[in-house]
Ligand binder design. Structure first.
Ligand code: PMP
Length: 446
């Protein structure tokens, strides 16, 4: 196959060519079968090749695929916005559709800044975020991302430095343990707000469970309740970046629903279109929209393909499918089972330092020495090795950063489609065990 576009292969010099996908499986052009243990990039949450979705897209394409958002609305986009308002908690009722998670994060930033302008407080423009976070690859979203591996080359062009601590209990930044820590990492937001002055801060953004930059860092109880309280105390909007965690992935429609914490703006992507079409959204609450409705009525954002009817039809069909098959509940059940099985493997495979996450979003942090939790030296590329071995065994995993300061620390994310059955979960574990045996061998050989 001619190398026609620029992309870094994870495994071989040459990426294998995809033929087709069905359910949790993908098939290469050479006939090789892969179990999609990470839903691609935690995206294909309803599995591959679902006919209801392709038919809905086809129906829409027969009518019209594209209209410009300033010229027309469409039944598909309106129905999608309504469905989201019905599914999402509280008063998260106003969707602005874009094409990628990065764009949605940037739209949420703009909504927050403009909200305060409309309220007559234009100095509130800064957006705070956490160290160990990922909000997207475009410069604005990357500015908010506490992810050194992706930032370093562009530092001069990044607008802000995320500095709020992430809830990384396995390696607590304060060398404390829950509950005696009294959630010092959540209170760190107060320090950050005070440092800049709350009169200058529009919003705080966080991923409910840290994805790529921390391999599923999951906070202890009370953490998000504390953050919500701090945001309210200082008049700071709370933006939940649920690009990875949203749409049933963690066992609830939004991961923030695991806690008593309703965001002011939610960022959605990945599972919204489930890979059938690129679509993402920034969804604002009634509270955030009110000053716009009473004021300029304009959100200064938008892309050519915002609200694209074709993508909206795909996402609407995905959400209906999720609802019909109770996939959030299934993710909670299967995720619990899978996580327990992975934890059981820790005794046989000591390099599995921690298994964390919620629902079908499970992070595995790898350690070179389990006794003192020493990470693998960077040059060994242990995470990439595990991903490579798994790929050869017909299991797709997602490489992630463990979140250790200095960019050290290897981790992988296991996040199969929410449709995965018990038998398919057993197959996933079988392939993962085979991979772990080979990885142990590689580790021994040094
Ligand atoms: N936010 C989070 C939490 C993500 O995980 C990602 C993608 N990994 C993004 C934003 C950016 O989304 P996209 O790659 O679609 O631009």
């Amino acid at each position: 196959m001619k190398r026609s576009y620029l992309i870094k292969p994870l495994v071989d010099e040459q990426l294998p060519e995809i033929a087709f996908g069905r359910g949790v499986y993908l098939y290469g052009a050479d006939g090789k079968e892969y179990l999609d243990g990470s839903s691609g990039a935690i995206t294909c949450s309803i599995g591959h090749g679902v006919r209801e979705i392709t038919e809905a897209m086809n129906e829409q394409a027969k009518k019209v695929s594209f209209v410009y958002r300033s010229h027309f609305t469409s039944k598909a986009a309106e129905a999608l916005a309504e469905k989201l308002a019905e599914l999402l908690p509280g008063d998260l009722n106003w969707s602005f559709f874009v094409n990628s998670g990065s764009e949605a994060a940037e739209t949420a930033m703009k909504m927050a800044i403009q909200y305060w302008q409309e309220k007559g407080r234009p100095s509130k423009t800064a957006i705070l975020s956490r160290w160990r976070s990922y909000h997207g690859i475009t410069m604005g979203a990357l500015s908010l991302s506490g992810y050194p591996e992706r930032r370093v080359r562009f530092t001069d062009h990044l607008a802000s430095n995320p500095d709020v601590s992430a809830p990384y209990c396995y390696r607590c930044p304060y060398q404390q343990a829950y509950p005696s820590c009294n959630l010092m990492c959540a209170d760190d937001l107060v320090r950050s707000i005070r440092r800049m002055g709350d009169e200058n801060i529009a919003a705080f953004i966080a991923e409910p469970i840290v994805g790529a930059a921390g391999a599923c860092l999951t906070p202890p109880p009370g953490y998000y309740e504390r953050l919500r309280e701090i945001c309210d105390r200082y008049d700071v909007l709370f933006i939940a970046d649920e690009v990875m965690t949203g749409m049933g992935r963690t066992g609830k429609v939004l991961a923030t629903e695991h806690w008593d914490c309703l965001p002011d703006i939610v960022v959605l992507g990945k599972g919204l279109g489930a890979g059938y079409s690129p679509i993402a959204a920034a969804v604002a609450s009634d509270k955030v929209m009110k000053p716009f409705q009473e004021g300029s009525r304009v959100i200064m954002s938008g892309h050519t393909h915002s609200g694209n009817p074709q993508s909206a039809a795909a996402a609407l069909a995905v959400l209906k499918y999720m609802d019909k098959h109770s996939l959030a509940e299934q993710a909670a059940r299967q995720g619990q089972h899978l996580k327990e099985q992975l934890k059981d493997m820790q005794s046989s495979f000591p390099f599995i330092g921690e298994v964390r996450g919620r629902g079908l979003l499970i992070g595995i942090e790898l350690v070179n020495n389990p006794n003192d939790m020493t990470p693998f030296p960077k040059h060994l590329k242990a995470g990439a090795k595990l991903v490579e071995l798994a790929f050869r065994n017909g299991l797709i995993l997602y490489p992630a950063s463990a979140g250790v300061d200095g960019g050290d620390g290897d981790a992988v994310i296991i996040a199969p489609p929410l449709t995965i059955t018990i038998q398919e979960t057993a197959e996933l574990l079988k392939r993962f065990k085979r991979t772990c045996i080979q990885f142990s061998q590689w580790q021994k050989e040094g």
